[in-house]
Design a protein around this ligand. Structure first.
Ligand code: SF4
Length: 646
């Protein structure tokens, strides 16, 4: 059966028995769409409850979406999902990557790949011509992810796409990454999960560039033309403009088929290899390096590349650097304790020592290799206090917190790790509104435009008033449903959703475009509501996985205590802490805390909108049945984790 938008197969691999089989994508596509949706369903079906992240039972899923291979729209990203070791307790989580590897997998005939078991020795997988080979990888043990990728490409030819891990992944550093072609990095500790399975790399010989069959090509052409005419150079990228690196030694490095009007760029130092240099990884060591050496990009680039090669998440590492510095300054740790010279902070030597010690679990590096929260606990003596106010859940940087943007209360509360793509819907709009307030040319997100965006994307005009909780539970629900659906399509967050349009009359964006593009590609007639319903289904499936694994509902649906008590001091992206208040009047949130009574009331309203049990936050049978998740309801009921009515 021909399925527009899909390759048609899901590859299933057991590393322990070295067996392979196939599932039909057709059994999953209608209800779960692709990307994070199909991955969540495969995890529900194949991973036992409470499988530990580093156990052979953990199920690692690599998945593309139905828009992979469609040029211009930024839909060739892909996800890696499984039980993540980054949080305590561990949670099912996902990493989202760009580059070309996902499309290579799809063009090799597979929409997704599920990996279970553990190999008894280091291996890599080679997928080509409809076959899967289990190849000996002992020779790559201890080698960097970039080095491994380049070595495999030299051996297999440049047409091979390679996703590999570095030493941090092999040593199961909980925040280890995987690195794929075009330097696409996957976080959530998925590199460590690969390492726990003795899986060093996955090489795919597909045919990126092969034309993907489309159901209604004329309609798609009209839609992509309209989309590319929106002025995407300035779309959601403006919200993260401070991360943009440009200059004579930089060039665009777009993911497959994308126009690349984003931060994704390569950098080439005067001497040395070119590599991707963008966004947070490009900036995490820059202030320290500039403090040590003076202005320049080479040292920050070298730091980012080192992290990619060893396989460390720069977001997590940046918090460790800050924590170390504060602990040393407070006299809680000394250079002798850590074996790292603080006086060299900002130097190449400092970052090399730190990255190597953590990745190889050498000395104090082993203390830090299970993440910041565990390290602080092991050091004790007030080490946690040094960092707590900088953290959101799971020990990651505190960004877009609800003391500044009230809407993000429920987004932070409902997810075990910071839901970056959901948070961006708020921060991008407000950042653009602030730019409009300041009179920056070509920025058209006026107060009226924010109201229009609130009506179309957040459910009510009340959601544009950030001085009150009114309309915020509904806004959170709409943002989540849309973003979960987007992660099934695996559309890029730099481009989607189209919240505002520079060159239109009212500058408000178009929330219907994603469903129109999907319909043109796969040949159905899905509207915006239908797409959000899929998002709602996936969110509920995701929650069912968490509850089956031990999430306690209401008790865990919360935010860090410090946000209820510590007044907001500032925000790196929005230093004046400005938001639109009543009647659109600019309001500074500096000094604000989250009101616990209002938080509890909003959470109750959120449960009501989700049709979850008000008392416990657990899902109900009717809700799951209405979302075509009857078997999920049945299993939760057997475990005593379902309520019959709200
Ligand atoms: S906008 Fe940038 S990150 Fe997003 S798909 Fe395009 S090239 Fe990749």
């Amino acid at each position: 059966m021909s399925m527009f938008g899909y390759a048609g197969n899901i590859l299933k691999i057991d590393l322990g028995s070295r067996s392979i089989s196939k599932l039909s994508t057709g059994d999953y596509a209608d209800r779960f769409l692709g990307g994070r949706g199909i991955a969540a369903r495969l995890y529900w079906e194949h991973a036992p409850a409470q499988a530990a992240a580093f156990s052979p039972e953990n199920t690692l899923i690599f998945a593309t979406g139905p828009l992979a291979g469609i040029p211009v729209v930024g839909g060739s990203r892909w996800v890696v999902c499984g039980k993540s070791p980054t949080t305590s307790p561990e949670h099912f989580s996902s990493a989202n990557l760009g580059g070309n590897w996902g499309l290579a997998l799809k063009s090799a005939g597979y929409d997704a790949m599920l990996v279970q078991g553990k190999s008894d020795q280091p291996i890599y997988l080679l997928i080509q011509d409809g076959t899967v080979e289990f190849k000996e990888a002992s020779a790559f043990r201890g080698r960097g992810a970039i080095e491994t990728r380049e070595a495999l490409k030299a051996d297999l030819g440049n047409s091979a796409s390679v996703a590999a891990i570095g030493p941090a992944g092999e040593n199961m550093v909980t925040f280890a990454t995987l690195l794929a072609d075009n330097d696409a990095v996957g976080s959530a500790g998925m590199g460590a999960v690969m390492g726990s399975k003795n899986l060093k790399a996955i090489a795919v010989r597909g045919a990126p560039g092969k034309k993907m069959p489309v159901a209604r090509p004329d309609e798609l052409r009209e839609l992509t033309t309209r989309f590319s005419g929106f002025g995407t150079e300035l779309m959601s990228v403006v919200g993260t403009m401070q991360f943009r690196i440009t200059g004579p030694q930089t060039e665009k490095a777009p993911c497959y088929g994308c126009l690349g009007n984003c931060l994704r760029r390569n950098y080439q130092p005067a001497s040395g290899q070119k590599g991707k240099f963008m966004c947070q990884p490009a900036t995490f060591y820059r202030p320290m390096a500039e403090g040590y050496y003076g202005p320049g990009l080479d040292v920050p680039f070298h730091a980012a590349r080192l992290c990619d090669d060893y396989g460390l998440d720069t977001m997590a590492l940046s918090m460790i650097v800050l924590w170390l510095y504060r602990c040393l300054r407070a006299g809680i740790l000394t250079d002798a304790d850590t074996g790292i010279s603080t006086s060299k902070l900002g130097s190449i030597e400092f970052i090399e020592t730190l990255v190597k010690k953590i990745s190889l679990r050498e000395g104090f590096g082993d203390t830090m290799a299970n993440g910041l929260l565990e390290a602080a606990g092991r050091v004790g003596n007030g080490a946690g206090e040094q960092i707590i106010r900088y953290l959101s859940k799971a020990g990651m940087p505190n960004i877009t917190d609800p003391r500044l943007y009230v809407t993000t209360e429920m987004l932070h509360a409902m997810e075990p790790r910071p839901p970056q793509v959901q948070l961006r819907e708020i921060s991008v709009v407000i950042t653009r509104w602030i730019a409009w307030l300041k009179g920056i040319p070509n920025i058209n997100v006026s107060t009226d435009t924010v109201r229009r965006i609130a009506r179309s994307f957040w459910g009510s005009e009340e959601a544009a008033d950030f001085s009150t909780h009114e309309g915020k539970a509904l806004a959170a629900r709409m943002i989540q449903d849309r973003e979960y659906a987007k992660e099934c399509l695996v559309l890029c967050s730099f481009l989607w959703p189209v919240l505002d349009i520079a060159n239109s009359d009212d500058h408000a964006g178009d929330p219907t475009l994603e469903s129109q593009i999907l319909s043109a590609v796969v040949g159905n007639n899905m509207d915006e509501g239908g797409l959000y319903r899929i998002g709602e289904r996936i969110l509920n499936l995701h929650r069912a996985i968490m509850v089956r694994d031990g999430h306690r509902g209401k008790e865990d649906d919360t935010i860090p205590d410090v946000w209820f008590s510590a007044p907001l001091k500032g925000d790196a992206v929005n230093p004046d802490c400005l938001v639109p208040g009543k009647d659109g009047q600019p309001l500074s949130r500096r000094g604000a805390v989250v009101d616990r009574t209002e938080f509890d009331r909003t959470r109750a309203e959120y449960y009501h909108l989700r049709h979850w049990d008000a008392g416990t936050g657990l899902q109900t049978r009717d809700t799951l049945r209405e979302l075509d998740l009857d078997d999920v309801a049945e299993e939760l009921a057997q475990r005593g984790l379902l309520r019959d009515q709200t």
